[in-house]
Design a protein around this ligand. Sequence first.
Ligand code: F6R
Length: 249
Amino acid sequence: MKFIAVRNYEEMSHLAAKFLIKQVLHKPSSVLGLATGSTPTGTYENVIEDHRKNQTSYEQVQTVNLDEYVGLTPTDPTSYRYFMENNLFQHIDIKAKNTHIPNGKANDLQAECSRYEQLLRELGVDIQLLGIGRNGHIGFNEPGTSFQTKTHVIELAESTRKANARFFDSLEQVPNSAITMGIDSILQSKEIILLASGKNKANAIKQLASEQIDKFFPASALHQHPNVTVIADREALTFCDNTEKLQTV
Ligand code: F6R
């Protein structure tokens, strides 16, 4: 696992976008694994800006998202489908049929999980973007989730519901469950970029840098993957003592 230290959110976003753009320029039919939340929005802004300025094309690109809340329609402003449309898809030349997100409104959620996992295997993800939860979750794989998991339905930790309540009118409106790629699904990606910005991620990044593999710290599963880059800003690296491992930009 390689750590790259950046100064702030802007630098993190700029660098993360460079990884995605480089991937697409190298292979125009790339499969990009994408995340939602506060962390990647700046990355998507940089991708959009580059698309406008340099005409990087996403016509042949396919995307797969990590997760979606159970029970929300794609037109619900708090759904991850809505988030992705607004923050990225509408602003680049990607084809709607090439953007994949689990269907949180499926009648048969188990069948939807199997369908999504099958799709991931068929497409093969070239590069997966990840944020990290304060409790170390990746996707919505909460502490204690087996590292062997494929796409599945998960009950959200109360701390995650509270952390995400800022996107809803009230905590009660935050769904109790979600469909998420499993930890094993994530580990199948050829390359993984994990982003972390801000003091509230500092404990999680300290634990990740300790290199201890622990089922109750899901992001530690990434130590089992050969090609992971963590891009973290100064605040997220506050408690990180392994500074000799850091590459700075
Ligand atoms: C989002 C996702 C989550 C977030 C994590 C951090 O698709 O899977 O793991 O990456 O909860 O969220 P933010 O970026 O809002 O701090």
